[in-house]
Design a protein. Sequence first.
Length: 94
Amino acid sequence: MTDAHPAETPGLLWLPICGSTNDEARARWDDPDLRAVGSDHQTGGRGRRGRVWFSPPGVGLYLSVILRDVRSEEHTSELQSPCNLVCRLLLEKK
């Protein structure tokens, strides 16, 4: 594991602050090399089902993963727990 800043990770657009990582990912959908958008702070983030999402700076990791081959929203919900686990394991290695 390296000490590289997330901004140096291929396929990841890292924004120190943004409105919403989901909005940024949607705006860049046509970029075939982009796999995820992350940020230290979101000013307009949203949770699932329209819930308010409080994203203070320096407290969490805010990330939207771009899944171009998923066929329905049902399939994306099946990926949430495994993705959370992978992120946790990677962060614990640091």
